[in-house]
Design a protein around this ligand. Structure first.
Ligand code: HEM
Length: 398
């Protein structure tokens, strides 16, 4: 396996990791990324294989925990009960119970709310120079997920702050100070959710937390720890990635200089959303462990060895589509792995797609002449890929 070096903190890489991914694919399905000391799947077929094959999973075999200091215990306690970190059979049980509460009906019912929130946010923005990442990109998904869980919207800023502190644990810029902040956020967030669950036990409502409490399958229910982890996972996953995708989508569409009335023809909206997700996804790298000794793509992996799957590289594999480096929202939609694949495929994909399908056209309906006020700069927090701020001019094409 070819070894390569690339700092995930290097500014040019952060702005566009795609050239690096393309260079990796020339070495085959797998490369060894020295900076992370990890084998990476870079082709469409390899990424799909590691995500879908039962010999690979999220848990380290033999119950060995990953090494971490005791200062991280509040964070790790949440992880140990999070479906994202679990394999069969516990994952199946948790996901089944969550799916009973997170129904397609409850998601579809959110559409009018998504439209109203989008209109309210856009209605509050004037003309001239506007900022779209914080105002719309972050705000819309966090308000939607608080409504779904039945949590007061006044807590939205606090949720964003806890969530941002916690997700630094998955980023290359992680250090001792960010770990302490993540653990503290996990502790406070846990206490907050515990109190919310307690309230719903006394007085159930028509919200996801109440439905999680009620959910039962084959006599099994979520334990209190599982419920807390699930709520926090839904709240964090429910806005971080959608927020970045909204910003990335706006940037990509403006940059393409395509006629926005054609791009957002009502019959084409779902294609735009898929192409935005394929072309510039918000999450690039996830890990899996070998559950047994296994050979794949010419390499022998030992039980417990880790691989990373580079989702954003797979989405641009020429084996998947022609001209993968071109953003073409008019092309026939092609599959992408931005929501993952296999048993951990994103639970929130239908909700995220709906938010994108409402908000992206709404932005360009209101501002058909949108251009950049300043070159957008992706925030330095690989493997997350998105903006802190997106400053635009509303009439730049006039
Ligand atoms: C554009 C937005 C989103 C993207 C790109 C995204 C991406 C992903 C990916 C790649 C995974 C799989 C990770 C892995 O295999 O290790 C995942 C899992 C998950 N996502 Fe999302 N997500 C998005 C939005 C959401 C939303 C809105 C929610 C909830 C409301 C959500 C909840 C979850 C949950 C609970 C899981 C864990 C599923 C499991 O382990 O079975 N996500 N997401």
């Amino acid at each position: 396996m070819k070894s390569v070096r690339q700092s995930p903190l290097e500014p040019d890489f952060v702005q566009s990791p795609y050239e690096f991914y393309e260079s990796l694919r020339r070495h085959g399905d797998l490369v060894y990324w020295e900076d992370y000391q990890i084998a990476c799947a870079v082709s469409w077929r390899a990424v799909n294989y590691f995500l879908r094959d039962r010999r690979w999973g999220r848990e380290v075999p033999d119950g060995q925990d990953r090494e971490y200091g005791s200062h991280l215990e509040p964070f790790m306690h949440l992880e140990r009960n999070s479906m994202l970190e679990l394999d069969r059979p516990r994952h199946t049980r948790l996901r089944g119970l969550v799916s009973r509460a997170f129904t397609s009906r409850s998601i579809a019912a959110l559409k009018p709310d998504i439209e109203i929130i989008t209109d309210e946010i856009l209605g509050g923005l004037g003309e001239g120079e506007i900022e779209l990442q914080k105002s719309l990109g972050e705000r819309l998904p966090v308000l939607v997920i608080t409504r779904l869980l039945g949590i007061g919207e006044d807590i939205a800023d606090q949720l964003l702050s806890w969530s941002h502190d916690m997700v630094t644990m998955y980023q290359a810029r992680r250090n001792h100070a960010t770990e302490l902040r993540a653990a503290n956020a996990a502790r406070e967030f846990t206490a907050f959710i515990r109190a919310e669950i307690e309230q719903r036990r006394r007085k159930p409502g028509d919200d996801l937390i109440s439905r999680l409490i009620a959910a039962e399958e084959d006599g099994s229910r979520l334990t209190e720890d599982e419920m807390i982890s699930t709520c926090i996972l839904l709240l964090n996953a429910g806005h971080e990635a959608t927020a970045y995708t909204l910003g990335n989508g706006i940037k990509t569409i403006v940059e393409s200089e395509l006629a926005v009335n054609r791009v957002f023809d009502p019959d084409n909206v779902n294609n735009v959303v898929e192409e935005v997700l394929r072309f510039d996804p918000p999450l690039h790298k996830f890990e899996r462990y070998a559950k047994e000794d296994v050979s794949a793509f010419g390499h022998d992996f030992r039980r417990g060895e880790m691989v990373a799957v580079l989702l954003a590289a797979a989405n641009r594999d020429p084996e998947l589509l022609a001209n993968p480096q071109v953003f073409d929202p008019m092309r026939k939609p092609v599959a992408n792995v931005s929501f993952g694949a296999g048993i951990h495929f994103c639970v929130g994909a239908p909700l995220a797609r709906m938010e994108l399908a409402v908000a992206l056209p709404a932005v360009f309906r209101k501002y058909p002449g949108l251009t950049f006020a300043a070159t957008p700069r992706y925030a330095n927090r690989y493997h997350f890929h998105g903006f802190d701020r997106l400053v635009m001019l509303t009439d730049g094409r006039a």
